[in-house]
Design a protein around this ligand. Structure first.
Ligand code: G
Ligand code: MN
Length: 239
């Protein structure tokens, strides 16, 4: 029981309102302290432990969502990260459907984030996996967009709704009057393909203003909130 889910609010920068959250895993190691997923998930994937860990995660997230106090009119969307290994080697369809049912969560409130690399190894297979997620009613976002090997030839065929601008691009924005062509290009791709857009790793007002000025108004990052345990997240929602 040393794994814990943290939640990082996603903000509509135009209104300042919290419209969702991304779930991020942390390992409370008794000796080494808080360990980030980038450090331990590669080993979980190698050993196959990613399957039981992901199943635990899906159940935990749905249970936690029941505590968010959904004010019916504006239910928050939860983004969760699924590993390609988990999509390939598990009954994710049944696991997710069961968890959604058990905790009475509408699938429209869930967005699954996958990295674009899932789409290159075997695009046809990836399309099938994503379709299955679509059949559940959950939406799909491409995480870390622009850092991997997205094939523009395939992107428009993937059944996805959202792309996330990777924090490495956001962090290049140092001056709100500057020119950041890669960020502009990603914004333009999202428009062209009619996809929602979320910017990750927003740390400064200049970054937030630049993104907003160029048409990206959903953001997450330290400027707004750090990822936090469930209790803290519920407090933020109620404050
Ligand atoms: O791209 P991905 O979703 O895997 O990255 C999420 C990670 O980035 C999380 O571990 C989270 O703690 C971290 N993170 C979230 N917001 C910020 C931010 O504003 N700045 C930085 N440097 N890291 C962030
Ligand atoms: Mn993510």
């Amino acid at each position: 029981n040393e794994l814990e889910m943290y939640y990082q609010p996603q903000i509509d920068a135009a209104s300042g309102r919290i419209i969702g959250a991304e779930a991020l895993m942390r390992w409370n190691h008794p000796v080494r302290g808080l360990i980030m997923p980038a450090e331990f998930l590669p080993f979980a994937e190698e050993s196959g432990l990613i399957v039981p860990i992901s199943e635990w995660m899906i159940d935990t997230l749905c249970r936690d969502m029941a505590q968010w106090g959904t004010d019916g009119a504006n239910p928050l969307t939860l983004s969760l990260n699924l590993s390609p290994h988990y999509l390939d080697h598990s009954k994710f369809f049944e696991t997710m459907r069961n968890a959604l049912e058990r905790y009475d969560i509408g699938p429209g409130r869930i967005a699954v984030e996958i990295t674009e690399n899932i789409c290159i190894r075997n695009p046809q297979y990836a399309i099938e996996q994503l379709r299955k997620l679509g059949q559940l009613g959950v939406s799909v976002a491409i995480d870390d967009f622009g850092t991997g090997y997205s094939s523009l030839a395939y992107l428009h065929r993937f059944p996805i709704q959202t792309i996330k601008i990777d924090q490495s691009f956001v962090q290049q924005i140092s001056d709100e009057d500057g020119h950041y062509p890669v960020v502009l290009a990603i914004i333009s791709i999202s428009r062209g393909l009619n996809l929602d857009l979320v910017a990750e790793g927003v740390e400064t007002e200049a970054q937030a203003r630049y993104l907003r000025a160029h048409g990206c108004s959903t953001m997450q990052g330290f400027l707004f909130h750090r990822p936090m345990p469930l209790g803290g997240f519920v407090n933020v929602l109620n404050s």
